[in-house]
Design a protein around this ligand. Sequence first.
Ligand code: B4P
Length: 189
Amino acid sequence: MRNIVLFGPPGAGKGTQSSKLISKYQLIHLSTGDLLRSEISAGTALGLEAKGLMDKGLLVPDEVVIGMIAAKLDANTNAAGFIFDGFPRTHAQAAALDALLEEKHTNIQVMLSLEVSNEELMKRLLLRGKDSGRADDQNPEIIGKRIEEYNAKTKPVAAYYQAQGKLKNIPGMGSVDEIFDALCIAING
Ligand code: B4P
C-alpha cells in the first residue's frame, strides 16, 4: 500500500494537490476537513460540535478525528493506498494513525510538507472565502488563529515523521502544476 501524509499550514494547497495526486496514483483521499464539513452539512451532533470550533479557527478534539479516520480505513480495506490530507494535526493523531496502520500491516511511506509564507496563506484563504462560503476563510483574525494553532500544535508533527526518516519538504509557492510535479518526484524517489 502507498500511504502518503500531505502536510502544511491552512491554505498550503493540501486539498488542491490531493485531488491531483489521487487520480494519478489511484489513492483514496481522506481529508478530515472535508469529513467534518460533511458532518456539519448533515446536521449531526458531531458536526454541530465541530462547527463551533472550526468557525473559531480551533482544532477539533483528537478522539473525534481519529474515530472518523479509523472508520474510513475499515471501510476501504481493498484500497491501493491513502492520501491523508489535514491529518494528523497533532502528535496524538500521528501516534494513533501509526497504530491503526500497523493493525492493517501497513505504514506511512512519506510525509510531504508544503512550505508557504504566512502572507501567501492569508491571501489564498481570503480569496477562497469570497466564494467558498466557509466561515473560517472570511476573517483575517480567524485565519490568523488557524495559523497560530498550526504553529503551536501541528508543525511539531513534522519532527515525528522526520525521526522516522519520512519527511520531505516541498516548496508550496508557484503554480499548482509546478508544485504537483515536485510532489510526484518526491513520491517516486
Ligand atoms: P481543512 O479542511 O484541512 O482546511 P485547510 O487546511 O484550510 O485547507 P487546505 O490546506 O486543504 O486548502 P488548500 O491549500 O487546498 O481544515 C479546516 C478546519 O477543520 C481546521 O481549521 C480545523 O478546525 C478542522 N480540522 C480538520 N482536520 C483536523 C484534524 N485532523 N484535527 C483537528 N481539527 C481538524 O486551498 C487553499 C486555497 O489556495 C484554495 O482556494 C486554492 O485554490 C488556493 N491554492 C492552492 N494552491 C495554490 C497555488 N499554488 N497558488 C495559488 N493558490 C493556490
